[in-house]
Design a protein around this ligand. Sequence first.
Ligand code: ADP
Ligand code: MG
Length: 371
Amino acid sequence: IDDSSIPSIKKLDDATINKIAAGEVVVSPSAALKEMIENSIDAGSTQINILCQKSGFDFLQISDDGHGIKRLDFPLLCERFATSKISNFSDLRRVGSFGFRGEALASISYVSKVTVTSKVANSELAYSADFINGLMLNEDGQSPKPCAGQQGTTIQVRDLFANNPQRKKSMGVNEEYGKIVEVVTRYSMDDKKTDLSTHNVQRPSLADINPAESEKLKNQLRIEIIKKTYGQNQAGREFIDVVDSLDLFQYSLSSILSKPNTLQSKKSFFLLFINSKFNQLNLCLLDRLVESEKIKRTIDSVYQQFQPKGGYNYFVYMSLFIPSEQIDVNVHPTKKNVIFERQEEFVEYIQDLLIDKIANTTGERSYMLDR
Ligand code: ADP
Ligand code: MG
């Protein structure tokens, strides 16, 4: 029998595999920026500066004052699955960093030209190297060039998606700029340690707030930031702030909700941060900007009970403090979606809490409420 017309199975080469994977992690300039901001925060930075040209398509630069990258680590920097953050699967249970998959920089290097300059505290010099397709590109192919520099890391990304015109065409420059601003704003909203600024957009930050300050007080400041950065049209005029905790779920929550029927925006905003306490003795808080379809849908339904049909828009900021063992962050390469332990129960609890708080402040319960 002649089977020559049946295609044979072949193993893809590494370059192809990496290119396919890269498109999944770095879908846009703002996605690249998010990964790099998280790396800077992981490196213990207190100040992060961002520059972008043409919404990051032409040029995106992020500088931080974190711990830096050792000279000997440069060759591995953009290699896929190379990370300094975990060493085995069990480390995932107590991962205290944003990153752990070692895919972000590798992916970025497959869709752009990357230059990294970095200096660690106990080195006199900074070092710099170019990367492309996962590899370091210096003349001798091995060592980064010595240069002058401050402690910390600067990463420059040029010509993003120049090698993928279809992807590039699918994104609008103005729309993407909006997303860049949103990523920066989101991180300056919640991170207590990091002061973020961008070239064109100055954002207020929570960096100056004393960590011991109560959540209530912080919420007051957050409301000011929300008003400044999002404005009345997008975030609304009046807010309800909620602070809650419950031992059953070992959780606590700080949230800011737009008052029902005060928001004229055409679109709803939901910002969710997970601040995981990953070590009981050494309480280290990590602000992780995530998404939860489940909580999002719950908030939709909560507002539907208080706002007339068709007017479901809201602005909700929510920060959850939860032990990291109770969330699964490894759902997708972008690590954005999270799944909670006892999710049904947990989300139902949050739903009841929000309904209660809203009903208390507005003094009304809608006809749809049957509890
Ligand atoms: P991951 O964050 O999952 O480890 P990345 O590809 O994002 O993977 O980064 C790879 C490695 O590069 C990190 O583990 C870290 O050691 C190093 N790195 C990247 N960005 C920085 C930075 N701004 N400061 C210090 N080290 C960094
Ligand atoms: Mg990372």
